[in-house]
Write a protein that binds this ligand. Sequence first.
Ligand code: AR6
Length: 176
Amino acid sequence: MKVDIKGRTLALVRGDITLQAVDAIVNAANAGLRGGGGVDGAIHRAGGPEIMEECRRIGGCPTGTACVTGAGKLRARHVIHAVGPRWKGGDRGEAGLLAGAYRSSLEAAAKLGLASMAFPSLSTGAYGYPLEQAAAIAIATVTDFLKGGTSLQQVTFVLFDQETFAVFEQELNERA
Ligand code: AR6
């Protein structure tokens, strides 16, 4: 599924983000940039050890922000490590932190002058963020950013499972 936002494309696909041929893929990282399971594990496995070496040099990245490394053996040129919040019930600033993780990633890509990037669904796996609420924040934050004018020509959400894809699709249909 694709929608046009002021001449830019917002796309949703089902798949594995490590296989995407885009300028940058976004990782669902932790604040220590220590690696882990889910998307993070898949990216470090597929990209090889150089990405972790760079993460260790950076040392960490606060929740609600994003940090950039190279992409090792991946097809992408950069990995943007976005740190979404762990869900703690919704009254601990989670919504602002999740929007911040998406916005910081978009800003980092624009600062590098990139044309294309791909996001997974941040925080909705191990971090337990309710899927409908997270999808609404993800779609709203990316849509607002693309409306503002940027080097980015295409942003793709690469969603791993059918349920996540369906919820993002419904959210985008409601906003389109
Ligand atoms: N491509 C795209 N999406 C994927 C892939 C993949 N290869 N693998 C999993 N997903 P999660 P979080 C989906 O847990 O909730 C890690 O240990 C997955 O189905 O990866 O932000 C980190 O180190 C789900 O929809 O990220 C952190 O400690 C979504 O990606 C912590 O987990 C996010 O799930 C971050 O947790």
